[in-house]
Design a protein around this ligand. Structure first.
Ligand code: MD6
Ligand code: FE
Length: 213
């Protein structure tokens, strides 16, 4: 974390009213975050969940925190327990909360305290179609999304599905924050291109922090 002392913070890139890209914001936290992901995945392994329509998601997921996002034939929702084990999701590593709170503040949303962290693992070809995050109890809190590993193209649209989505390249360490007037923006991830990342190999890891409860 001593990097902060020597590197000037790279400047925020506005994506929409209420949405911002923070290039490299997570880099000072890289080691702690990757250690945290490994610890969470040891207790709650990545798995491919099923959509309510019966499709297997190409993105593998796990969670930590008081609530975890899940999907199955019954729908999308948050649950305190991992349906695979029946146990509570692992606690959110301290560094995760610190990163999420700082990134939210840098994005214009001070006082953000997430209670849910969804961890997504993309392998080449995996994608996430355009959607809104609307399973949270209130929409006052922003979403903080941290990208690690292989680069991806984030699709960021408006509040209507038909609004044209812009394509935002995301690199290892980038953070996107959206809330306020952008909270219900449609977003997704284009199919991951093949490649090898020095730390993560053929994978992209995304952490999505939310206040769900
Ligand atoms: C990402 N993930 O993986 C963004 N939203 O970069 C999401 O936007 C997301 O993975 C709702 C539910 C699951 C997700
Ligand atoms: Fe989402």
């Amino acid at each position: 974390m001593t990097r902060d002392l020597f590197e000037t913070e790279r400047s925020a890139v506005p994506l929409a009213d209420g949405a911002v890209l923070l290039p490299g914001f997570a880099l000072p936290f890289e080691e702690e975050i990757l250690a945290g992901v490994a610890a969470v995945a040891a207790a709650a392994p990545f798995r491919h969940m099923t959509t309510p329509g019966g499709f297997r998601m190409s993105v593998a997921m796990t969670n930590c925190g008081n609530a975890g996002w899940i999907t199955d034939r019954r729908g999308y929702r948050y649950d305190a327990a991992d349906p695979e084990t029946g146990s509570e999701w692992p606690a959110m590593p301290a560094a995760f909360g610190v990163l999420a709170t700082r990134a939210a503040a840098a994005g214009g949303f001070p006082g953000f305290v997430p209670d849910a962290c969804l961890i997504n693992r993309y392998e080449p070809g995996a994608r996430l179609t355009l959607h809104q995050d609307r399973n949270e109890r209130d929409y006052d809190a922003p979403i903080v999304s941290v990208s690690l590993g292989l680069p991806a193209t984030f699709l960021f649209g408006g509040s209507e599905r038909t609004d044209k989505a812009r394509r935002v390249p995301l690199a290892h360490g980038d953070v996107v924050v959206w809330g306020g007037p952008a909270r219900l923006a449609f977003h997704g991830v284009a199919p991951l291109k093949d490649g090898t990342h020095p730390l993560l190999g053929r994978a992209r890891i995304n952490l999505t922090f939310r206040k769900a409860l």
